[in-house]
Design a protein around this ligand. Structure first.
Ligand code: C2E
Ligand code: MG
Ligand code: MG
Ligand code: MG
Length: 278
């Protein structure tokens, strides 16, 4: 007994675990300052058509930490979700994206661009999320048709009735919807037909392996076929090579996002990038 208790105590004071907890507490304290401190920013990654012309961008969150440098979302979004900090952060992302769309609407070269914004589950489940989107659009003066919200399959499925109601209300404003990382979740044709949806985004894991894995090639082609039968747009993410474009193109997918066409970049660089590609 005593021996077992002793082992438990040892495990409890495990220095590695202790360090991880300290690290988390420090990061959380810093994240609370990030928004007020103006440390958050958006990067923009081009989304292109069959000719490689940008049709828009995905807005991707970055955190310019005073000591750690530029922190990617993979290192703080989960923490932000667990602490509810994702609520003010998600709202900031939406406001920032909408004011960007408003600025783009003023120049002929950028007026047609779409901007995709990632929405977290915690953010979408707020009772007044529809009202937040409506108000942000109104206050920014952005055209709702230019805004696209990216939801994940798992988010959509958790409370399907709530999802359907919110998507319908937001789509009535003119906003579009995409399902992000498509193919990784419990996708079924039955629920897809019930959603007011515009686009499927093929997950980058399938794009990365479709030329070497027959199974993943079949999954990619099935997703493309599914999108076509449902009358939805389809875009492949994580496109890095011309060979991947060839395969996607011959499979019927004509919209791409990935390092081949541009990495996520600060706004100034994105706008210069438009200048050379268009
Ligand atoms: P995501 O929405 O699936 O975004 C695509 C991710 O793939 C981005 O990573 C992007 O930089 C990366 N990517 C794009 N093209 C390529 C490529 O050709 N090769 C490779 N290896 N990677 C590529 P990032 O920016 O680190 O974002 C990671 C995830 O963090 C996003 O995945 C999204 O789930 C989340 N995220 C980003 N911004 C936000 C935000 O504003 N709100 C919320 N809730 N989540 C966000
Ligand atoms: Mg996304
Ligand atoms: Mg994605
Ligand atoms: Mg992803």
């Amino acid at each position: 007994e005593a021996k077992r208790a002793g082992r438990n105590v040892t495990r409890f004071y495990d220095p590695a675990t202790h360090a991880a907890i300290q690290e988390r507490i420090a990061l959380e304290a810093d994240l609370r300052q990030a928004l007020a401190g103006g440390q958050l920013l958006l990067h923009f990654q081009p989304q292109v058509d069959a000719q490689g012309r940008p049709t828009g961008a995905e807005a991707l969150l970055r955190w310019r930490h005073p000591a750690r440098g530029l922190v990617p979302p993979g290192q703080f979004i989960a923490l932000a979700e667990e602490t509810d900090l994702i609520l003010p952060i998600g709202q900031w992302v939406l406001e920032e994206a909408c004011s960007q769309l408003r600025r783009w609407s003023e120049a002929p070269a950028t007026r047609e661009l779409q901007l995709a914004v990632n929405v977290s589950a915690r953010q979408f489940r707020q009772a007044d999320f529809v009202e937040q989107v409506r108000q942000t659009l109104r206050e920014s003066g952005a055209s709702p048709q230019r805004l696209k919200l990216e939801l994940t399959e798992s988010l959509v499925l958790v409370n399907l009735e709530d999802t359907l109601a919110k998507m319908q209300a937001i789509r009535a404003l003119g906003v579009r919807f995409a399902i992000d990382d498509f193919g990784t979740g419990q996708s079924s044709l039955a629920y897809l037909t019930r959603l007011t949806l515009d686009q499927l985004k093929i997950d980058q894991a399938f794009v990365a392996s479709m030329l070497t894995s027959h199974t993943d090639a079949v999954i990619v082609q099935t997703v493309i076929g599914m999108a076509h039968s449902l009358g939805l747009d389809v875009i492949a993410e994580g496109v890095e090579t011309a060979a991947q474009v060839d395969f996607l193109q011959s499979s019927g997918c004509h919209a791409y996002q990935g390092y081949l066409f541009g990495k996520p970049m600060p706004i100034g660089q994105f706008e210069r990038h438009l200048g050379c590609t268009v």
